[in-house]
Ligand binder design. Structure first.
Ligand SMILES: Nc1ncnc2c1ncn2[C@@H]1O[C@H](COP(=O)(O)OP(=O)(O)OP(=O)(O)O)[C@@H](O)[C@H]1O
Ligand SMILES: [Mg+2]
Length: 443
């Protein structure tokens, strides 16, 4: 139930309001400002009904103190006189709305509903932002080092280049950098350089003046200007055409945006770039400007592939289970050790993205409360070299297919304790064929 705090110095009013509201709300009451502030601080209440005239106390001042404790509180002012001035002052000072006494309960209920729905919307938005901010997880030393680096550079304007294989979390890191920085209230704008053709990318980024080219029917400030005060995230930077690279370089050097056919605008934008290509190689083959590389690579965050930080699985997998169990409304709470062991041995070519997809599918397929190996469906995706120690087939140097086959047969016969039936099943051949080969190779 939603909590509401009713503040009025007249006890009869407090009593009748509590009575009217207690069906739909959890009601707290206070007769003095001090009491109200104490409740607000202790109970995490976001909905307040406040009498503007509280004995000698100034209701507006009290309201300001309340908003200091909980800036998101929706405060509805009650005023005995339909004094427009004081109500306007209250609204200016941050009140949600006002009602005049004597209070008409139906009207008040409607207003409260409105305030409550705005609060829950606000909470959803805050919650979502929180999810973005906090969802970068992992306990491995490599991830710890990344958190540390983010913390050290977040409030600087230094350009950051995030490198790493596809699906390692580069975009999430860019998000984290912005939303934990002192720029977080300002825009975070992400552009995928691979998604737009050169001409469009240029006009999108730098903006244009009306008439600068056919189709420029009005002035357009461009994304870099729109990100003023905030962060510009250029994803897949390696895909940017050389001509645009020089233009970006000029912007980074001068801090000014040159609109197409227009003015130079001074802007304060933090630039974060990401790529899953090897930029050194791109520079060598002259597809990427080395001077731009030095400009964007002031700080480098190299995100290691998931297979090099398997410790993170112990946090990522429960996190994704919770996420998808909630999304699909399924009662899945964990993963069985055998299934976890399989994942620990898997090499995740698609990194965290692939891990997330695997868990998502497993949650969907899972028939019990824990994910078992059967829900994972990884069997055919392993390269032999990525298997665990116990499954590792050591092939001694040899040339012929026959020789290789012989070693594989010997290995599986041994792991299956010479059971021909098991071995035939593992290798997906008939027992007769196996029998024949055993004879042929003299095993
Ligand atoms: N450390 C992490 N914690 C939680 N989720 C993660 C983490 N790393 C990646 N993810 C999730 O994995 C998915 C892929 O991450 P992201 O898009 O950031 O990868 P990327 O490196 O930008 O990949 P690409 O190079 O393909 O664009 C996203 O759904 C993201 O939320
Ligand atoms: Mg990405």
């Amino acid at each position: 139930m939603i909590k509401i705090l009713v503040v009025d110095d007249e006890l009869p009013i407090l009593k009748s309001l509590s009575f009217a509201l207690k069906q739909d709300y959890q009601v707290y009451t206070a007769q003095t400002g001090a009491e109200a502030l104490r409740l607000l601080a202790g109970e995490h209440i976001s909905l307040v009904l406040l009498d503007l005239r509280l004995g000698k106390e100034n209701g507006i001042t009290l309201m300001r103190s309340m908003l200091q404790i909980n800036p998101d509180a929706a405060i509805i002012i009650m005023t005995a006189y339909s004094s427009i001035e004081s109500s306007i002052e209250a609204i200016r000072a941050g009140a949600f709305y006002f009602v005049t006494k004597p209070i008409q309960i139906n009207q008040l209920m409607l207003l409260l509903e409105k305030a409550a729905s705005q609060l829950s919307l606000q909470e959803t938005i805050l919650g979502l932002k929180d999810v973005i901010r906090n969802s970068l997880i992992g306990i491995s030393p490599q991830m710890q080092a990344i958190y540390h680096l983010i913390d050290r550079v977040k409030d600087t304007k230094a350009s950051v280049l995030i490198t790493g294989e596809s699906g390692t979390g580069k975009e999430l890191i860019a998000n984290k950098l912005h939303f934990s920085s002192n720029r977080k209230e300002k825009p975070f704008i992400a552009i995928n350089c691979a998604a737009l053709p050169e001409s469009l990318l240029e006009s999108e980024l730098f903006g244009y003046k009306k008439g600068a080219f056919t189709g420029a029917v009005k002035d357009e400030p461009g994304i870099i200007s729109k990100a003023d005060g905030g962060t510009l995230f250029l994803d897949e930077i390696s895909e940017m055409e050389p001509r645009l690279q020089s233009k970006l370089l000029r912007f980074l050097q001068e801090g000014e945006v040159r609109q197409i056919g227009g003015d130079n605008l001074r802007v304060n934008v933090r630039v974060i770039c990401a790529t899953n290509r090897d930029l050194d190689q791109e520079i060598e083959s002259r597809r990427f400007r080395s001077d731009l590389y030095y400009r964007i690579n002031v700080i480098n965050i190299a995100v290691p592939p998931l297979r090099e930080r398997k410790e993170d699985l112990s946090e990522l997998i429960p996190f994704f289970i919770r996420k998808y169990a909630a999304a699909y409304g399924k009662q899945v709470f964990g993963i069985r050790p055998e299934a976890m062991a399989l994942l620990n041995r898997y090499h995740f070519p698609g990194n965290v993205r692939e891990c997330e997809n695997i868990v998502q599918r497993a949650v969907l397929l899972c028939s019990g409360t824990e994910i078992g190996p059967e829900a994972l469906n990884l069997k055919y995706q392993y390269p032999a070299t990525e298997l665990g120690q116990e499954d590792y087939i050591r092939i001694y140097p040899c040339k012929t297919m026959k020789e290789i086959e012989r070693q594989v047969l010997a290995f599986y016969l041994k792991t299956n304790k010479n059971s021909r039936r098991e071995t035939a099943r593992t290798l997906e051949i008939s027992e007769r064929a196996l029998q024949y080969k055993i004879k042929e190779y003299g095993l």
